[in-house]
Design a protein around this ligand. Structure first.
Ligand SMILES: NC(=O)C1=CN([C@@H]2O[C@H](COP(=O)(O)OP(=O)(O)OC[C@H]3O[C@@H](n4cnc5c(N)ncnc54)[C@H](OP(=O)(O)O)[C@@H]3O)[C@@H](O)[C@H]2O)C=CC1
Ligand SMILES: CC(=O)N[C@@H](CCC(=O)OP(=O)(O)O)C(=O)O
Length: 315
């Protein structure tokens, strides 16, 4: 029997990409909603009742309303918004945290998909905290480059519109008050004692993220070498079909392009630097492992399927 899936917010950037990925899957039947009814609570409730699983690809407020509507249904939810990432009763949808997290996602009816910037910071920091290399009171900082699709339909229209302002041709730093909405989940999931200094930058390209976490090795436990940092990350992600740690220091041309993983659903981690100063970089697509790709990976896990292929797992 096919799994019935409802994509609430299917007209948006994240919802469209999920629709694109699922429409040809033989094991999935998409539950449609008429365009003119897609914001009507009764029509949404009908779809929720029909569906086994629903993706919420909505702004936070609408996601909370949708969860209230779903309360009377059997439907399992994956929320791509910020609304429930640290909420009780929700499972954080980053299965690479640990085998226990993978299992928790598999069994959960309420999965919160990670934020795009948060995915990069967490992918680098959490394994180093878990390995005992990064003290929980380390003064973590991160710079995160993102393509403009990270801002959804509104930002895409600004960047692709005819009246595009001169400043949009340049990288633009934001989150200037150090209160970016992803800080809360980063602190909670990594178990940090304080919020990192976090500088997101949006640039004039469609999609792709480069999240850079600089580390002073003398402030890490036992003053590990750069190779030790690489080793800890490589060990954590060994066998992962989604997150790959590149060979130490590999930088090909000497440059790292922030859109290197655009169009892909997986993530690469690059460790560069020297034994005093290391930079760990996560490369992925804000619409891939940063949103829609991660949401589909979580759905596959919840359905007991292979996270990347969506096929039955053969033992
Ligand atoms: N873009 C990205 O890279 C990432 C996005 N996210 C998160 O995913 C969620 C979706 O983002 P994104 O796809 O970028 O946003 P978009 O603005 O591109 O799409 C949001 C969609 O939700 C629809 N919508 C808004 N309110 C309602 C409502 N009450 N009922 C039904 N539909 C509604 C909008 O309708 P309309 O078309 O009429 O405006 C729009 O189609 C957000 O919470 C975002 O923060 C998370 C990680 C990365
Ligand atoms: C370029 C841009 O504006 N990006 C968004 C992040 C997109 C994302 O991950 O959003 P959610 O946390 O809502 O899921 C931002 O920094 O707020």
């Amino acid at each position: 029997m096919k799994t019935k899936v409802f994509i609430h917010g299917h007209e948006g950037t994240t919802g469209l990409r999920i629709h694109e990925r699922l429409k040809s899957r033989q094991d999935i039947e998409l539950v449609p909603i008429a365009d003119e009814l897609r914001k009507e609570p009764e029509a949404i409730a009908e779809c929720m009742k029909k569906a086994d699983l629903a993706f919420l690809c909505l702004p936070d407020g609408a996601a909370k309303e949708a969860v209230a509507i779903a309360a009377d249904c059997q439907v399992r939810l994956i929320d791509t918004s910020t609304a429930h990432r640290t909420a009780d009763g929700w499972t954080y949808g980053f299965p690479e945290l640990s085998p226990a997290q993978y299992q928790a996602i598999a069994e959960s009816d309420r999965v919160a998909n990670p934020g795009c910037h948060a995915s990069g910071v967490i992918a680098v920091v959490q394994p180093l905290v878990q390995a005992g290399i990064l003290p929980d009171d380390y003064p973590v900082s991160a710079v995160s480059l993102t393509g403009y699709s990270g801002g959804g339909k509104k930002m895409i229209a600004q960047y692709e519109g005819e009246d595009k302002g001169e400043e949009l041709f340049s990288p633009r730093q934001y989150g200037l008050t150090q209160q970016h909405k992803h800080l809360k989940e980063i602190v909670a999931v990594c178990g940090l004692a304080q919020e990192p200094i976090f500088s997101p930058i949006v640039d004039d390209y469609y999609s792709g993220m480069e999240v850079m976490v600089p580390l002073f090795t003398h402030l890490l436990k036992g003053t590990p070498s750069a190779q030790d940092v690489w080793q800890a990350l490589a060990a954590h992600y060994e066998g992962s079909p989604i997150v790959r740690v590149l060979p130490f220091g590999e930088d090909k041309s000497g440059f790292v392009a922030a859109n290197a993983m655009s169009g892909y659903d997986d993530m690469e981690i690059l460790v560069t630097g020297n034994d005093q100063r290391v930079v760990v970089t996560a490369l992925f697509d804000n619409l891939g492992k940063g949103a829609s790709g991660a949401a589909i990976q979580n759905m596959n896990i919840m359905l007991g399927l292979d996270p990347t292929t969506g096929l039955q797992i053969t033992k």
